[in-house]
Structures are given as structure tokens and as C-alpha cells.
Design a protein around this ligand. Structure first.
Ligand code: ADP
Length: 492
């Protein structure tokens, strides 16, 4: 197969892998099946990768099982050194990894470079945290006894990841798992397997032992997911993706009582009060809503503006939206890439049609990209109301909708009127108001006068139907460790 043009800029061609990585070897599916990986900016085929099934997945689980005890027997410092080497290789291959992301996912190159740095930061952080998995000594409860708590790795971990951050969502799970002494079988999203395979190539180059990190590629996500959930060997599932799939996986994991971490869909409210710095709020709304063409789970999904400032805010926002530039992520000056696939496009069209039919109006729309790919031109809707489907569902596209509220109480009620609870944003300069509202929001993460909330040092995760558990931060390591209490008697 000749190299497609979007992969030609990649200097380290070792990163372009078309086989899965199981037990330290690159392999095809047992039945030889493959599936296409496409460039969403052109709809052209990039390459093909193995379409693995149950037997391949079980082989990867066995490999992870065999590798787990020796891996966890290393000292934390030794595991940390492997992770540190992996981190350094990710960063020294930053531009090639970014090019792979652009090719299969579509985001602008600047965002892809940022994603690689963000992805590497998890590996660095957990290389450091590996050495701080402290236990406790508990004051004695009976004469002649001593009580202590140690942290031990859970065991084999299954990781199922989405396509919107194809590298960062893998390192955010795999780095803490490996740091804790767990081994991993990862199943990347079918739209973006190449980024995951490149990470595996770098893990191999870093000397991470065979079986410790395995990547199973498959177009049959449900089959692999079921195999992982049903395996008694897998002790933990870490999933990032849609709420519907997350619920199904939680149900499937119940049968073997696995630990689960779920990062599911959001429905972020973006609240702008009448005392807000309007320019800062517009800049925040643009960055939050239109990053990755609106395809992040913490994207502003409902922009709620106090009625007295709605027009002034809408005017400034419309001006900014009209200047967005859509096209191939490889082109200079582009800040809006394509959507991931035609199903995503159809969903955005359906939500916009529903809103327009129920009275929303088009405030502005940026020009469509010239390319033939899956492009929905960035849109700003005004006069949106809570009866519209996009009030309750994630848009996951470059469409902003403006709603209004009267006062603080109504803003909080509207913001919380959803089963999701991932991220929320508040723009207000009155410190008392900002604090009151932030406390009242039923969300796992709240940005106050800022939208750049993600970092490796802080906890990422949601409440309500947005998920269970936290990633990153000191909490991220705990997700992959069990607490063991040991009671030692016969001392006196
Ligand atoms: P999105 O809507 O963002 O594509 P999904 O939840 O469909 O979110 O996909 C996230 C990940 O879950 C992907 O790796 C996908 O292959 C996987 N997946 C999809 N359906 C299932 C399923 N039924 N069981 C397990 N994994 C699944």
C-alpha cells in the first residue's frame, strides 16, 4: 500500500504501525481480518489495521496476566524509570505523533501538538507518583496488635478509549496503571487506532517489558468490550466514552465485580452573569466550545447568559465565530478541523434541525472548508430554549447555542437540570456570586472565569451520569490500587 499524503510528513516511520501489539510482538488478527482507518478531512483511506476478535483479546489478557506479577515485583523506582523513558520518547517524537493525530482524527496541528504534550505530562506525573504510593500505620486498637495499610496494584486492567484525544486518553489511563504495578490491555477507538499503536511502539522502544502494555485494535468495540468485562482475570475497567456504552460496560462488569472508572458524556453549562468581564467570557466560550471542533466532553454545551447582557455578549461572540477558519488540520491558520465521521455529522445536523424547528435562529455561521471531508461549518444559534434536544444532549460539534436566565437561582436550576455532571463554567466578577454558584453546581469540575481546567496535576472526572472515579492528580493512582489492611498480633 503506498503511503497516503497525510502520513508523508512523519519522519520516524517506526511510528506508523499496521499491526496490533500483544505480548511484545506485532501481530495480525488470528483470523486475518482488517479494517480501514480514514482521514476525516478527505475521507480517504490511510491504511488498514487488524480487526481483532475475542480470541485475540483473550491472548492479550493472558499476556498481561503473565506480565503482571514480575512487573509489580519491580521497585516503584524501576517502574518509574521505564515510564520516564517512555515520556522522553513521546516528547522527542512530538511532531510525528501530532501528525498521526491530525491524519486520523482531524484536529488542527497546533492542537495535536498540545495533545501530545498533555499526554506526555501524564506519563511524567505518574512516573513521579509511582514512588509515593504510601500506606498508613494506624494507631493501635487492641493490646498486642499493630494495624497497617499497604497499597497493592489491582492486577490486569482493561482500557477502552475514545477518538477525540487519541493519545492523551490512553496515557491518562495506562501511565497510572503501570505506575501502580498493573498491566494493561488497551482497545483504542476504531477511528483512531494509529495513535495508540505509535504509543505502543514507543513503549517498546522504552524497554517496557512484553505483556505490560498491549494494544488490541478492532472495529467490533462491543465484542472486545464484552470479552474484557467477562474475563475474571481483568480486575479493573477504565473507560472513556459515551454514557450509553459506559452504562452497558458497568452492567457487564458487575458479573465479576470489577472495579470501574468511567469518564462519560458531559453537558457543560457555561454561565455568564451581568457582572462578568464580557471579553474574557467570549474568549472562554470560543475556546471551550470550538476546541477540537466541539468534540470534547467538557465543551460548553449550553451557553446560559443573563438576559440583560445577552445581546452584547451575542454580538461579540458572533464576531469571533464568523472569523473561525475550517479546513485540513495540516493547513496553516486553520482552527476548525472536520468531525470524526459521518455519524457524528448526522447527529449535529439532527440537533441543529430540531433547534431551528423549535424557534432557534442562526446568528452567524463561518464558511465551510474547501475539502471534501466531514465538515460542519461552525455555527452560532440564538434564542435557544430548554425544550430543544441539544439542551439535554451533547452536541459534539462546532455549534454554540445561547439561552438566557433572569437571576442566580434560575441560572443554577438550569445548569443542574441534566443527568450529566462533568464540567461547568461560571463567568462573574462578584466573588461571592462566583463562589455561591460554583458550590451549587452539581459537577465534578468547575471553571471560574477560566476554561483551561485540565492538567495532569488536577482531578478529571464527573458526578451523576458523567461517571465514576477521577483521572490525573494524586487521586489517579488510587484508581489502580487496592487497599490491604494487615493486622499483626502477638506483639506483647
Ligand atoms: P463516542 O460516541 O465518543 O464514539 P463510544 O462510547 O461509542 O463513544 O466509544 C468510545 C469507545 O468505546 C470506543 O473505543 C468504542 O470502540 C468503544 N465501544 C463502543 N461500543 C462499545 C460497546 N458496546 N462495548 C465496549 N466498547 C464499546
Amino acid at each position: 500500500m503506498s503511503m497516503p499524503s497525510s502520513l508523508r510528513s512523519i519522519i520516524n516511520t517506526e511510528l506508523i504501525r499496521t499491526e496490533a501489539y500483544i505480548d511484545g510482538t506485532w501481530c495480525q488478527a488470528i483470523d486475518g481480518a482488517v479494517f480501514d482507518v480514514r482521514d476525516p478531512a478527505t475521507c480517504n483511506r490511510l491504511t488498514q489495521v487488524p480487526n481483532m476478535g475475542e480470541k485475540d483479546c483473550l491472548r492479550a489478557i493472558d499476556a498481561a496476566d503473565a506480565a503482571q506479577k514480575p512487573w509489580s515485583a519491580l521497585t516503584a523506582k524501576e517502574r518509574s524509570v521505564f515510564l520516564r523513558r517512555w515520556h522522553d520518547l513521546i516528547l522527542s517524537n512530538q511532531s510525528d505523533l501530532a501528525a498521526l493525530i491530525v491524519a486520523e482524527q482531524g484536529k488542527p496541528l497546533a492542537e495535536a501538538l498540545g495533545e501530545v504534550a498533555y499526554a506526555a505530562s501524564f506519563v511524567e506525573w505518574f512516573a513521579e507518583e509511582a514512588r509515593r504510593a504510601y500506606g498508613d500505620v494506624i494507631p493501635q486498637t487492641r493490646n498486642g496488635q499493630r494495624s497497617l495499610v499497604i497499597k497493592q496494584p489491582i492486577g490486569v486492567v482493561a482500557a477502552i478509549t475514545p477518538w477525540n484525544f487519541p493519545i492523551a486518553m490512553i496515557t491518562r489511563k495506562v501511565a497510572p496503571a503501570l505506575a501502580a504495578g498493573c498491566t494493561v490491555v488497551a482497545k483504542p477507538a476504531e477511528d483512531t487506532p494509529l495513535s495508540a499503536l505509535a504509543l505502543a511502539a514507543l513503549a517498546e522502544a522504552a524497554g517496557i517489558p512484553a505483556g505490560v502494555f498491549n494494544v488490541v485494535t478492532a472495529a467490533r468495540g462491543a465484542l472486545i468490550g464484552k470479552t474484557m468485562c467477562e474475563s475474571p482475570v481483568v480486575r479493573k475497567l477504565s473507560f472513556t466514552g459515551s454514557t450509553a456504552v459506559g452504562k452497558l460496560l458497568a452492567e457487564q462488569c458487575a458479573r465479576t465485580v470489577k472495579r470501574v472508572s468511567l469518564e462519560l458524556g458531559g453537558n457543560a453549562p457555561f454561565l455568564v452573569f451581568d457582572d462578568a468581564d464580557l471579553d474574557a467570557a467570549v474568549a472562554g466560550a470560543m475556546a471551550s466550545k470550538y476546541r477540537n471542533a466541539g468534540q470534547t466532553c467538557i465543551c460548553a454545551n449550553r451557553i446560559l447568559v443573563q438576559d440583560s447582557i445577552k445581546d452584547a455578549f451575542a454580538e461579540k461572540l458572533a464576531d469571533a465565530v464568523s472569523h473561525l477558519r475550517q479546513g485540513s488540520g495540516f493547513e496553516d491558520g486553520i482552527n476548525q478541523g472536520p468531525l470524526i465521521n459521518s455519524a457524528a455529522y448526522d447527529k449535529v445536523v439532527r440537533l441543529v434541525d430540531d433547534a431551528l424547528a423549535k424557534g432557534a435562529t442562526v446568528r452567524t455561521q463561518a464558511p465551510r472548508a474547501a475539502e471534501t471531508g466531514v465538515f460542519f461549518p461552525p455555527l452560532l444559534l440564538d434564542n435557544a430554549t430548554p425544550d430543544m434536544d441539544m439542551y439535554a444532549q451533547e452536541i459534539f460539534g462546532p455549534v454554540a447555542a445561547l439561552y438566557t436566565f433572569k437571576d442566580e437561582a434560575e441560572a443554577i436550576a438550569m445548569a443542574n437540570a441534566t443527568s450529566a455532571g462533568l464540567a461547568a463554567y461560571v463567568y462573574a466578577r462578584d466573588i461571592g456570586r462566583a463562589w455561591r454558584v460554583a458550590e451549587a453546581l452539581e459537577y465534578g469540575m468547575v471553571g471560574i472565569n477560566d476554561i483551561a481546567i485540565s492538567a495532569t496535576e488536577v482531578p478529571f472526572g464527573g458526578v451523576k451520569e458523567s461517571g465514576v472515579g477521577r483521572e490525573g492528580a494524586k487521586y489517579g493512582l488510587e484508581e489502580f490500587m487496592e487497599i490491604k489492611y494487615m493486622c499483626m498480633g502477638g506483639i506483647s
